[in-house]
Design a protein around this ligand. Sequence first.
Ligand SMILES: [Cu+2]
Length: 130
Amino acid sequence: MRQTSRVVLALTAVLGLVAAGCGGDDNPTGPGGGGGAADVTVTILSGAMNAGPNAYSPDTAVVQVGQTIRWTNNDTMVHTATADAGSFNTGNVSAGNSSSVITISGATGVRAYHCAIGGHNMQGWVNVTP
Ligand SMILES: [Cu+2]
């Protein structure tokens, strides 16, 4: 009897946490790093400006069509994640902040992206799967 009550209490706690997590998706996002979960998070690494293909981690993010990515800038200067072919663009992500949650729609395949800040040597890839 006591054991059963404990299990019920534990389940209630877990369900409460799950519900709270889902609510986070509705928070506004944008420069300054609001709440909101993305399916995939990519980190802009410290020293990214000259890191070329090692500027973003993972260097190739894998997402399904329609999933979301959020870039978190762990460097000390502003960066962007801008698709070479223009299908997505974070805009400026300042040091220590995160981009908006960006939905990756359209065709499958690997899309190259870069940082649009002049003089920055940064490349990353998004592998969009069915
Ligand atoms: Cu940059």
